[in-house]
Design a protein around this ligand. Structure first.
Ligand code: ZN
Ligand code: ZN
Ligand code: ZN
Ligand code: ZN
Length: 332
């Protein structure tokens, strides 16, 4: 009797334990589906053939390649995903589709490129004989913009440029100068001890630029020609008054502003050439001149861009400006 009751008790206990185990197993399995951790450890019915699946929070992830799920367009990004081969976690991101630019306009959506230019790079370096060229390229559509690099100054040593061999232009010797208030430039004040008939005002004196001519500086001087440097910004008032034998005034290429009035007043200059580089002409520049032929070294379209003050051409006897590629009226 005692032994039978003992066996019954053991069976009951085993039954209860088995039921409990089954309950625990069911609870543990249910919420995590087949991806529950440790599901392969002891004969779990559903997972015997599935690979080992790791808890995503503990996974060190081994993502596969990105796969496009929505191709998208250049107007609306698409989508692409990748999946971890260990824990099956998914990652999603936008797929940016670039525009297809042809000459700066997208051939798909016709949007113009707003340009995203990179750094300027030197294509041709500047030298003392020619300006250089630099360019930058749009990193989106490939458009290229260029800009000039200013010409380098000559590197004169003993009167000769060490780079290109050009001789240093020598100004007339013996002219009178005065240092300007800025202490960094000179004004030529008169003929001084100079006996040249062909006056050449140098661009530099004592290593500083010559920027001005004093009013009436060369009044009555017996010169026949005058060459003026591009460094001048102030031509003084009637600097060549009563220079009856002065028939030629040459302004250096590089001159930008014909500023002061009456440069040619009282001279015998009949033909005057405005350098291509000039950007402004002051009113009354030709006052009391003898000019009958006016030339401009640039083109007619360049001439249009020059800023001319009112009355700049008065009282010229000619109403024509002869440009390199044709003539224009002084009224333009
Ligand atoms: Zn993972
Ligand atoms: Zn587009
Ligand atoms: Zn662009
Ligand atoms: Zn040079």
């Amino acid at each position: 009797m005692k032994e039978i009751r003992y066996r019954k008790a053991v069976r009951l206990a085993l039954l209860v334990m088995l039921s409990l185990l089954l309950l625990i197993f069911t609870v543990a399995c249910d919420p995590a589906d087949t991806l529950a951790p440790g599901s392969s450890s002891d004969g779990g019915a559903a997972s015997s053939s599935a690979p080992d699946i790791i808890d995503p929070t503990a996974c060190e992830h081994n993502f596969g390649a990105w796969t496009v799920t929505e191709p998208g367009t250049c107007q609306k990004p698409g989508k692409e995903v990748r999946v971890c081969t260990l824990c099956l976690q998914r990652e999603e991101r936008d797929l940016i589709v670039p525009h297809t630019y042809v000459d700066g306009v997208c051939s798909v959506c016709h949007t113009a490129c707003t340009h995203n230019f990179g750094e300027w790079t030197v294509q041709t370096p500047a030298s003392c004989t020619a300006p250089g060229l630099s360019q930058h390229t749009c990193q989106d559509c490939g458009a290229v913009e260029t800009q000039p690099i200013p010409q380098e100054p000559h590197n004169y040593k003993d009167g000769v440029c060490t780079v290109c061999g050009q001789k240093e232009p020598k100004g007339s010797a013996g002219l009178a100068y005065q240092k300007n208030d800025d202490n960094g430039s000179y004004t030529v004040t008169g003929i001084g001890a100079c006996t040249d008939k062909d006056l050449v005002i140098p661009a530099e004196y004592n290593g500083l630029p010559v920027t001005g001519i004093a009013p009436l500086a060369f009044m009555g001087a017996p010169i026949t020609s005058a060459t003026l440097p591009a460094s001048l910004t102030d031509y003084g008032l009637t600097p060549f008054l009563n220079c009856a034998s002065l028939t030629k005034i040459t302004l250096a290429e590089g001159t930008t502003a014909l500023t002061s009035c009456w440069l040619l007043s009282g001279t015998a200059v009949k033909e005057f050439i405005i350098p291509e580089t000039v950007k402004t002409i002051a009113g009354g520049f030709f006052y009391n001149s003898s000019v009958t032929t006016l030339r401009y070294a640039g083109s007619t379209s360049q001439w249009e861009t020059i800023s001319k003050e009112a009355h700049w051409a008065e009282p010229l006897s000619t109403s024509t400006v002869i440009c390199a590629n044709g003539s224009v009226s002084t009224k333009n």
